[in-house]
Design a protein around this ligand. Structure first.
Ligand code: HEM
Length: 285
């Protein structure tokens, strides 16, 4: 049985951001005339009198403001999705994705030894999570969730067909287990009170499935399903276009968020990895 360490490693709390990527220092954040110590420039005042002091202050404040406008959050110039992606990619292990920053431990996906029962547990818990996400956007407790109805990325229906197929093959479909139930309960709770954090989970769940999730599905199918492609891994239409449409909607929704709200969303990424990692690990049980 392959080790799941690359995923479980994700669940260990790590500082998400390296300082230099994030907001400029306080003095740059609020460049103000009064905060600039004019006494630092005695020679200019000696040379040019009291007006020179003021000129110097203007120059210093303008430089500070220019510095501030140059400092950007990673990915910020391309839109908020790129910021979410940047944070997510760093949380991968180096063997999961080339932008991953965590040390690889245990077996890479290619060496996993999945079982049909474990894979069924993963599919059942994944369905619970997608049912929950799709119900939340249908209900739209916050109006911006309605943007994410019928994106074409929905996975619930496909998963229902897959579970039916396994049933017809004589497999017993298990009840959802604790990783899926905990994540679904968490998403329900979050969706009612914290739209920024909820959107982080929405993004990570659907986009992770379209990337690493698909790769995992292919490897598992090679090993235990005679390469059968499940409905979970099929989309109506061009996947890259569906993803692009959702990226644009996410960017639009985030445009109205303050910097603090955006950071709050980014900080939720680690939880998304923890919950999804616990569900992925079911494949190897
Ligand atoms: C064994 C586990 C995983 C593997 C092997 C894996 C692998 C990958 C790979 C290869 C990519 C594509 C990188 C690229 O664009 O060059 C990717 C993207 C991504 N992954 Fe993972 N991943 C795993 C788990 C996760 C988890 C648990 C999450 C979060 C819940 C996640 C979130 C993402 C996101 C958001 C992207 C960006 C997708 C995009 O840009 O469209 N991944 N992953």
């Amino acid at each position: 049985m392959a080790s799941t360490t690359p995923i479980s490693q994700i669940s260990q709390p790590q500082p998400l951001f390296k300082k230099p990527h994030f907001p400029p220092s306080k003095s740059l954040k609020n460049p103000s005339f009064s905060s600039v110590p004019t006494s630092n420039y005695p020679s200019s005042s000696r040379l040019f009198g009291k007006f020179a002091d003021r000129k110097m202050v203007v120059v210093v404040a303008a430089t500070a403001a220019a510095e501030k406008s140059k400092k950007r959050y990673p990915g910020e110039s391309k839109g908020f999705v790129e910021e979410m992606r940047f944070v997510a990619m760093k949380l991968h292990t180096k063997d999961q994705a080339k932008e991953g920053e965590k040390e690889p431990q245990g077996q890479p996906v290619a060496k996993w030894a999945p079982s049909v029962d474990g894979y069924l547990r993963f599919l059942v818990d994944s369905k619970l999570v997608y049912d929950t996400l799709e119900r939340i956007v249908e209900r739209a407790d916050f109006p911006e969730y309605a943007e994410f109805r019928n994106t074409g990325l929905e996975r619930s229906e496909g998963l229902a067909k897959d579970l039916e197929w396994f049933k017809q093959q004589g497999h017993i479909i298990p009840e959802p287990s604790s990783p899926g139930a905990s994540y679904a309960a968490y998403l329900e709770e979050l969706s009612k009170k914290d739209p920024q954090a909820f959107i982080c989970h929405f993004y990570n769940t659907y986009f992770a499935h379209s990337a690493g999730g698909r790769m995992i599905g292919k490897k598992v199918a090679e090993k235990i399903l005679d390469n059968k492609v499940l409905e979970f891994y099929k989309w109506d239409g061009e996947l890259s276009q569906l993803l692009q449409n959702v990226r644009e909607k996410l960017n639009r929704v985030a445009e109205s968020w303050s910097r603090e709200e955006k950071n709050h969303c980014l900080e939720e990424t680690e939880k998304s990895f923890k919950f999804s990692g616990d569900i992925l690990r079911l494949i190897l049980t």
